[in-house]
Design a protein around this ligand. Sequence first.
Ligand code: FES
Length: 132
Amino acid sequence: MLNELRKIQKKHGYVSEDSIKKLSKKTGIPVSIIYGVTTFYAKLHTKPTGKYIIEICDSPSCYLNGSLDIIKYLERKLDIKSGQTTQDKKFSLFIDSCIGCCDEAPAMLINGKPYTKLTKEKIDKILKKCKS
Ligand code: FES
């Protein structure tokens, strides 16, 4: 099921309610189960996302190195809460668990590319580059 959901997301950018219903019909798996799986995994999205998908880690190593401040800073800079997309559809912000960069915490991914040892200054530079 995960492979199918990933394929759908890759094709459409997210897994819509319609896609879930179609997958349910195709596989015989109840919609509720597919929806449950889709919403369980942070990397699967049930709503359209922005051009840049920011996934910031809040697992222990990042948390202890200030990820909470970075999350709040990103939310303020983007004027959204985690789980939301900016009005211009440029950025979506998600909180994720460990992304495997614990030794360089705090860390985040943007469209799968890691950014580490995050500071507010570094965030400013990254966002500026994405906006240009
Ligand atoms: S704890 Fe954040 S990358 Fe591992």
